[in-house]
Design a protein around this ligand. Structure first.
Ligand code: ADQ
Length: 474
């Protein structure tokens, strides 16, 4: 990337999980962050992924290793902290509510104490590793109060925060007990980044109504005695890395195998974590409706749905597992033939190196979340296509990606008939239109790639006024 060098402030990245930046199989975000971390000799701090049953609550051992020019520092968590912070508050409260699913939230009063304890632990262990001119970039909903905890310990460095998931409208946010504490904590950051304009407008609506914030400039809000900059920075792909993967032996092999297996049929593909935000049952119902209403799709279209296991110890995830098994079973039972299974459903992870081959062999990509911060599968599907004969992306209007990807076929995933009609349109779209849409989508994906995302966030953070006062943070 080369815009930053060792003469610039050191970058410190903090996220719940970290990846070894030397292992590119980790995917786009790790690759992009590794780039900047490498060029500034940076530090990446996060949970080790280990549970230490011996550790007391709010404590954990720190491990520091060197990965090339990047320092990796991780901390262990005890079982109680892990369960209340990660399973409880982050994935049992914030994840469902931020995806508009109040019905799935588990507002157990004990969770928030664990969430706060782990954020305090992170702050306490990170402080001694910081240098005065560091620039700190915190990622995602697990760590919203981290800057406030760091400030309480005297941290004066610039701190930015990026939310990878959506921010819901003010009245949904306000349903979280302690929502005011959470948003007040956000004001300890100098810059807050969201995936989309919609999220930004929810933030503006919330802080104006609930925190009496004043908008002092276009992207600056003042409340709790501090001024905060907030903006949308839609995350992108490492296009070069994904293109290389597409043409690498494993990607090509996967492509060839899928093409020969489905030579007489059109392939539709879905690749998701098995998560209730991804709209998987709704997608299956739309596909069933397609087979029912458009007989020409029968025996000629096959849907390959990969759903990787995810957060299996959070209760709400069991229901979706059962629902998917039953829906896929009934579609295959009702519509299948001796030589044709309409749905191939795989409840497992596919190696990243094989994904582009699968995408490229598919005529239609189905990305139909009920809510999604961005959704990178939508962008990966487009990048993996053969520009001479590209497939068509059917994309939920409720994915953050829809703000940028207007040339996809945008659908409302709650509308079964409308989604089925869009899939039918995608299956029958003439080559010229497919090419035109693909070309437009590629332009945006290239322009706003992951390096653009990283650079524009960090440039805004460097410019943001570090303003530290003795405010009682939390
Ligand atoms: P996720 O909800 O995990 O991430 P998404 O952006 O769709 O969602 O996927 C992230 C990566 O995981 C992609 O590179 C994708 O290829 C990979 N992946 C997904 N399912 C897979 C499967 N079954 N097998 C193998 N790989 C799979 C959160 C937010 C998103 C946001 C990202 C990045 O929820 O909205 O786009 O962070 O900010």
């Amino acid at each position: 990337m080369g815009h930053r060098d060792l003469g610039q402030p050191r970058l410190v990245v903090v996220s719940n999980r970290i990846a070894d930046p030397r292992k590119t199989a980790a995917g786009g975000l790790a690759v992009a962050l590794a780039d900047v971390l490498n060029s500034t000799g940076g530090l990446w701090f996060g949970w080790s992924g280990k549970i230490d049953d011996e550790a007391p609550q709010g404590e954990g051992k720190v491990h520091v290793t060197q990965a090339g020019s990047v320092k990796l520092a991780t901390v262990d968590l005890c079982r109680a902290d892990h369960d209340s912070y990660y399973l409880g508050y982050a994935n049992g409260v914030l994840w469902p509510v931020f995806h508009y699913r109040l019905d799935l939230a588990d507002f157990d009063a004990g969770y928030i104490a664990g969430y706060r304890r782990v954020n305090q632990l992170f702050a306490k262990k990170l402080m001694p590793l910081l240098r005065p001119d560091d620039i700190i970039w915190v990622h995602d909903y697990h760590l919203i109060p981290l800057a406030a905890e760091l400030r309480a310990l005297g941290c004066t460095q610039r701190i930015g925060f990026f939310l990878h998931i959506p921010l819901p409208p003010p009245l949904i946010l306000a349903a979280i007990p302690g929502h005011d504490w959470l948003i007040r904590a956000l004001f300890a950051y100098d810059l807050v980044g969201f995936q989309s304009q919609a999220d930004l407008s929810h933030f503006a609506g919330y802080v104006t109504a609930e925190a009496h914030a004043q908008q002092v400039e276009e992207h600056r809000w003042r409340a709790f005695g501090r001024t905060l900059e907030a903006n949308a920075f839609p995350i992108g792909l490492d296009v070069e890395e994904f293109t290389t993967l597409t043409h690498a032996p494993e990607g090509r092999d996967m492509y060839e195998r899928m093409r020969s297996e489905y030579s007489r049929r059109k392939l539709l593909v879905g690749v998701d974590r098995l998560d209730y935000s991804k709209g998987l049952p709704q997608r299956m119902r739309a596909f069933r409706h397609l087979l029912d209403k458009y007989p020409e799709a029968r025996n000629s279209a096959t849907l390959v749905q990969i759903a990787s296991p995810s957060r299996e110890d959070v209760e709400a995830y069991n229901d979706i597992l059962k629902e998917m098994e039953s829906l896929c079973g009934s579609i295959n039972g009702n519509f299948g033939e001796l030589d044709w299974m309409p749905v191939r459903y795989l409840h497992r992870t596919v190696a990243r190196a094989r994904l582009p081959g699968l995408y490229r062999a598919s005529r239609v990509g189905l990305v139909t979340p009920l809510r999604d911060g961005m959704n990178l599968v939508a962008k990966e599907f487009v990048v993996a296509q053969n520009p001479e004969d590209p497939g068509v992306l059917v994309l939920s209007r409720f994915a953050g990606a829809a703000e940028q990807m207007r040339e996809a076929l945008l659908v409302n995933p709650y509308d079964t008939e409308g989604t089925a009609a869009a899939i039918q349109l995608a299956l029958s779209m003439p080559l010229e239109e497919r090419r035109e849409r693909h070309e437009h989508l590629m332009k945006t994906i290239r322009r706003q790639d992951v390096h653009w995302w990283c650079q524009s966030f960090l440039a805004a953070l460097e410019k943001a006024q570090a303003e530290v006062k003795g405010t009682p943070w939390l």
